[in-house]
Write a protein of this length. Sequence first.
Length: 290
Amino acid sequence: MKFKKVKVIIFLMVIVISAGLTLLYFCNNKLAKIDYNSKAICVMDADKNKIIFEKNANEKLKIASLTKLMTVLVAIEKNLDWEEISPVDVESYKNMVASNASMVGFYGRERVKVKDLLYGTMLASGGEAAMSLAIKSSGSLENFVIDMNEKAKELGLKETNFSNPVGMDEENNYSTARDMALLLNEAIKNEEFKKIFTAKNYTTTETLDHPNGINIESTVLKEISDEDKTDFKILGGKSGTTKEAGLCWATLSKKGEKNYIIVVIGAPLDELRNPTMLQKEDTIKILEKI
């Protein structure tokens, strides 16, 4: 009798596993037929922590401002007081202006709060915010980069290395689509991170330089119109763009009852000042077919 029960249990387990593998194959097959613009892609079922589609996902590439996903996560885990005044670092401000980096719009020494730096780094992809946040968190840029790489090791991101908290094109600042998906999958388990990541807009603290604060929008969510939405919703995202990295997006989306992480890296960039939206095109193609 017991032997029969064991056989039944094993039989049911085989059916469940087979069904799961069939569904995974079917999803992979649909996504594999799409003509993509991006060099590398990783799609993850965030509910099951399972990768369901990859394209060159283990190729080491420049990741531009996707770097700031780690910047914000590491800073949050420092347990800083979000209401504390944390002036914008002057040298960082000057360096970001000279580098023509994306900015929130803060000035050097502007008396913003830690939360302004966090939201400014994520939503506006502000270089001056990311650099100032790094210094506030770890005392120096060098120490913060060490903390970033230690966190990468902790998360098992074996093909990732950081050399700056902004995502500037440097030889030793790289990752893969798979590692970025794994990073985001872990990061959104932190409620504070997820709150920032999924915010559509945010108004910074009033200061002498900006009496009404600065209204900033998510560089991803502001690009999503009602026409783009069918039966899915992009909940949050981080963009990244440099000449070497191309166009990059890391997004969290919901379709039906499922949550998906989609990372696309290296979509072609023709003009930095007026880029195409090929990374968005790839993301939406995936969500439509998934």
